[in-house]
Each structure stands twice: as structure tokens, then as C-alpha cells.
Design a protein around this ligand. Structure first.
Ligand code: ZN
Length: 300
């Protein structure tokens, strides 16, 4: 039996971190419990034997009625099935797992939860109520195709925006690291569009699925946009200098990189190149691939 540590993080929100720490998940996936008595759960996490029964036992005396899924990666959605079986709750999400394109190899096949189908399929800006908790779905794809965030807009049917004013951002924005955006599971153009969408919004706090709460949302969004634009500028500089090979670009742009991080750096570079191709700034001799040679579209 797991020792479940539930932390009260605000008047209406509790958090339990799933026992799946790793170099990709930090301390584990944050599962959020919202409300009192009648509960809504966001991202119950991966399949870990015994975890969901222990969570349900820890919440004895309360009823889990709604399960919201930010996206169908295996560290977020698979436990929804067991939680639903034990509670009878309704599941919500932006549809089944999908990828952006089928003309390149999907190295992230195994990170997707291809089984999950929400009972209620949400679309961008959809407003819905769970036992008096008001939510708004905000489409934030890019990290993966069906990623959505959930704004907690009001509590106890109060028409005014509650002081919580929180946005549950899943993996779109994280406090501890930048998000993995890797084609064809992810898409940099969409990710950046949806970062800009959250710029200068009025949320008090972003609750990320990995790491601590983000209490300065505007600063974090600005820093993440700057980070990607810096990476793009580095890639453009390589191309200006006639370096059009991803392996060479990684050597220059990520000096002294640990061997284990070369793959992720190459993936991130590929993702930025896909975006530059989308913007008609870069061309390639072999489509989007690790083997291709890339050059500036204007030939310089
Ligand atoms: Zn994810």
C-alpha cells in the first residue's frame, strides 16, 4: 500500500505527486484534487499498481465525480481508467491521442496513451461545471496534439471569478524545465502560438503537472518564449555559416553536453527546424529528418 501524501495548496485545491519520478517527470506527475466533498481530479497519472486504490482510500468520505485530462501522455492519463472504475467518475479531455504528421518516424510512440477516450470531448474555450466548480478548457497543443489547460473560473457557482484564478497548464508550461516539443508527437509552431496565447493573461497562478506552482505566470511565459527564440537565432546563425547538419548544430549550440542529452538536443533542434520550414525560412534536401541538410530559404 502506498503512503499517499496529499498537500493542501490552496483553499480549494489539494495536490498529490504520483510516485513516478524520472529525468522527464521531475519528482513525478502532479495530480490535483479540486473541491471538497464532491471532487474533480486533474491528471491521475500513470499506471502504478496500488496507487489509485490508495488515493481513493485516502479520499474516503468524499466522492470523485469528474476526471480531467490535460493530455494523453503515459504519465498523465492511463490511471483514469482505474480511477473511473473505482469511482464511476466522468472523464473529460480533448479527444484521443494523435500525432501532427505521418510522414516521419514517431520516436514517441510509446509515450502516448493510445487507449484513453474521454467521455466528454472538450473544445477550445468550452465552459463546463463540475459540482459547482466552473472550468474553461483552453487549447494549448504543441507539446502534444490534444493538450488542453483548465482554467478554474469560479467556485460554488459564484458568478464572479474566484480568488483562486488558477490555470492548470499540464506540460505546456513547467516551472522546473522547458517542455519537450518533438515532431511528430509535438509541434513547435503550435507550442509557440499557445505560449503567446498565455502571455499577459490575468491568472494568479499556473499549476504545472511537474514541479512547483508558477506564481509569476507572465515572467515564466516570457522566459520560455525568449528561450526558444534564442535557440532559433543560434540555428539561423549556424545556417548562415553553412552548417546545415543537425549533429554539427548540436555540437556548436550545446557545448560540453552530457552524452545522455545529445538526443533530446537533436530532437529540439529538429523541432525548431520544422518551425523554420513552416515559416518558409529554411529548406531541406530530404524533408524533415535527422539526416537531411538544411539551409536558409534565400540561399545565403
Ligand atoms: Zn506530456
Amino acid at each position: 500500500m502506498f503512503m499517499i501524501k496529499i498537500k493542501q495548496i490552496s483553499a480549494n485545491i489539494r495536490r498529490v505527486t504520483c510516485p513516478n519520478p524520472s529525468k522527464f517527470t521531475f519528482k513525478g506527475t502532479n495530480c490535483f484534487i479540486i473541491g471538497q466533498g464532491d471532487l474533480t481530479i486533474i491528471d491521475p497519472g500513470p499506471i502504478i499498481t496500488g496507487f489509485i486504490p490508495a488515493l481513493v482510500a485516502a479520499l474516503a468520505g468524499e466522492t470523485i465525480n469528474h476526471i480531467l485530462i490535460t493530455h494523453t501522455h503515459r504519465d498523465h492519463s492511463p490511471a483514469a481508467k482505474e480511477l473511473q472504475q473505482l469511482s464511476g467518475a466522468t472523464t473529460y479531455g480533448a479527444g484521443k491521442h494523435q500525432i501532427y504528421r505521418h510522414d516521419i518516424e514517431n520516436r514517441f510512440e510509446k509515450s502516448g496513451d493510445w487507449q484513453f477516450t474521454p467521455d466528454i470531448k472538450l473544445i477550445d474555450e468550452q465552459v463546463f461545471t463540475c459540482d459547482g466548480l466552473g472550468f474553461k478548457a483552453i487549447q494549448t497543443d504543441g507539446h502534444c496534439f490534444n493538450h488542453i489547460s483548465f482554467a478554474l473560473t469560479h467556485i460554488n457557482n459564484s458568478a464572479t471569478i474566484d480568488a483562486e484564478n488558477a490555470l492548470f497548464v499540464g506540460d505546456h508550461i513547467m516551472g522546473w524545465a522547458s517542455t519537450i516539443v518533438a515532431p511528430p508527437d509535438g509541434n513547435m509552431a503550435r507550442y509557440m502560438l499557445n505560449l503567446h496565447k498565455l502571455q499577459n493573461t490575468n491568472y494568479n497562478v499556473f499549476y504545472a503537472a511537474h514541479g512547483a506552482a508558477i506564481t509569476q505566470p507572465d515572467d515564466r511565459v516570457a522566459a520560455l518564449i525568449k528561450h526558444r527564440m534564442t535557440r532559433e537565432a543560434e540555428i539561423l546563425k549556424c545556417l548562415q555559416n553553412g552548417i546545415g547538419d543537425i549533429v554539427e548544430m548540436v555540437k556548436i549550440n550545446y557545448p560540453n553536453l552530457d552524452d545522455a542529452l545529445i538526443g533530446p538536443a537533436a530532437m529540439s533542434t529538429l523541432s525548431q527546424l520544422e518551425w523554420l520550414i513552416d515559416k518558409n525560412m529554411v529548406v531541406t534536401d530530404k524533408g524533415l529528418s535527422f539526416e537531411a541538410q538544411y539551409q536558409l530559404a534565400n540561399g545565403t
